[in-house]
Write a protein that binds this ligand. Structure first.
Ligand code: 5AD
Ligand code: SF4
Length: 471
């Protein structure tokens, strides 16, 4: 694994400065997962570093960049639709540069389609093009030709990228990139490359910096955080795993909380659960994607755990971490899913009692193993199964959430609520509460008494401003 360091590219910045009379403006939109949102923040950071300003409106932009997601077909169709809608803008303003980057651009058939059918797209580069963005832009501007990169894999970790974060109190912190698991439905290993971890000291340095700047919530990111550290050592030359990293980060003094995603059940260890139980900084919520409740389908999906092992882990966590909540990802309609397989998923949902589910109808991804599996179930049948699943989930989660009423909890206030005069805050266990309160609380902790609930949303009132600190 190569480690690279970003340095300011003065030559590219000079090319950009010469090309415009006034500082050019960039509009950057990220689709998909948090990893991609964090990449978008880095893209903005790099653009600011080389003389661009940022804008929130495509009409004002000199550069429009779509940082794309490839995990499901629907996301790709949206990007093509949104890129298509820019054709008129480009006709009005021929100097406008349009770029497509991220996971979609890691697939050859997508690059070919953009090359052939979207001649007004100027730039195409993949997920590891962010540090090279200055030279890519400089090339486009100085040669006047489209810059379209075919997918390649650098398998590097780039440190010291500038970043413009979306929030001043919640931050994403990637601890690893890529994925080695090759779940049979998933495109991620093909577009994001092999798994590689950042060193504990690089993660710690970024973490310390965030805490020093007042960030209250740090979410550690990785496709499979539980396999963090493969091939790495700590300063004493010993192997490190994810629980070790969490313990290291928790030594940093301050008033903050840590979340992480995503945990793969096959690698979630008892040591990890014990660490969550022991460390007050770690939120008592585990996102543990199960995908299916059928052992047959779990094998077909190449998930490497059984329903029994999964339930065992949940049981152990409930025992060790009072009040812990679980959320999960579930795929409905994986190729060959029978009514019996589907009912096994419903059964698992009843057993685990998740507070939140992220549910997806299977989407065929070219190049994955599942794409060649027979899939006789119609979309209508899959949609009907999804409906049943969501009804079951609501019937479990809503009363469970309502059952928290009466408690006084600490929340991180995230922003304005839906109703005027209200705020939204998130509990340690990831549930959201709407309560009345002053906007100055945003970005801080508050004590909220839970007074009621509406579907999955808790309702509450502020008890006092937060004074007691977490250790
Ligand atoms: N179809 C539907 N859902 C998918 N996911 C990943 N690949 C696919 C696919 N081909 C879901 C999984 C994963 C989440 C991020 O997206 O549930 O956990
Ligand atoms: Fe995809 Fe599986 Fe890797 Fe998650 S663990 S990114 S579902 S291959």
């Amino acid at each position: 694994m190569k480690k690279l360091t970003y340095t300011h590219n003065a030559q590219a910045a000079a090319v950009i400065a010469r090309a415009y009379d006034t500082p050019p403006l960039a509009y950057v939109h990220s689709y998909g997962c948090q990893q991609n949102v964090n990449d978008g923040e880095k893209i903005r950071g790099v653009l600011l570093d080389i003389g661009f300003g940022l804008c929130e409106n495509v009409e004002q932009a000199d550069l429009i960049l779509f940082n794309t997601c490839a995990v499901r077909e629907h996301a790709e169709q949206r990007v093509f639709g949104n890129v298509g809608a820019l054709k008129k803008l480009k006709e009005k303003n021929p100097r406008l540069m349009i770029g497509v980057c991220g996971c979609m651009a890691q697939q050859q058939h997508i690059v070919d389609k953009l090359r052939a059918s979207y001649p007004y797209v100027d730039l195409v580069f993949g997920v590891d093009g962010i540090d090279r963005l200055p030279e890519i832009l400089a090339q486009r501007l100085s040669r006047g030709k489209r810059y379209l990169e075919n997918p390649s894999e650098r398998n590097a970790v780039v440190e010291d990228l500038p970043i413009r974060r979306d929030s001043g109190f919640r931050a994403w912190l990637p601890i690893m990139y890529g994925c080695d698991n090759f779940c049979t439905y998933c495109i991620v290993p093909y577009v994001r490359g092999r798994e590689r971890s950042r060193t504990p000291s690089d993660v710690l340095a970024e973490f310390r910096d965030l805490i020093a700047r007042g960030y209250k919530e740090i979410t550690l990111l990785g496709q499979n955080v539980n396999s963090y550290g493969k091939g790495l050592e700590n300063e004493a030359g010993e192997p490190v795993d994810f629980a070790d990293l969490l313990n290291l980060l928790c030594t940093v003094p301050g008033d903050y909380q840590i979340r992480f995603m995503t945990s793969h059940p096959k690698d979630a260890s008892r040591k990890l659960i014990d660490t969550i139980a022991a460390q007050p900084h770690l939120c008592k919520h585990i996102h543990l994607p199960v995908q299916s409740g059928s052992n047959r389908l779990l094998r077909e999906m190449n998930r490497h755990y059984t329903v029994e092992q999964y339930l065992d882990l949940v049981r152990y966590a409930r025992e060790k971490i009072p009040g812990v909540t679980f959320s999960s990802d579930i795929i409905v309609g994986f190729p060959g899913e029978t009514e019996e397989d589907f009912c096994a998923t419903l059964d698992l949902i009843e057993k685990v009692r998740y507070t939140q589910l992220f549910t997806f109808i299977y989407s065929k991804r070219e190049g994955t193993r599942a794409a060649s599996m027979p899939d006789p179930t119609t979309h209508a049948e899959k949609a009907a199964r999804m409906d049943r699943l969501l009804k079951l989930q609501d019937s479990i989660a809503f009363p469970m959430i309502a059952g928290l009423c009466g408690q006084t909890v600490r929340v991180l206030v995230e922003g304005a609520g839906r109703n005027p005069g209200t705020l939204n805050g998130r509990l340690d266990n990831n549930l959201v509460v709407e309560f009345s309160g002053d906007e100055t609380l945003i970005g801080n902790y508050a004590q909220v008494r839970l007074t009621g609930s509406r579907a999955a949303l808790l309702l509450g009132e502020t008890v006092q401003n937060e004074t007691d600190k977490k250790e």
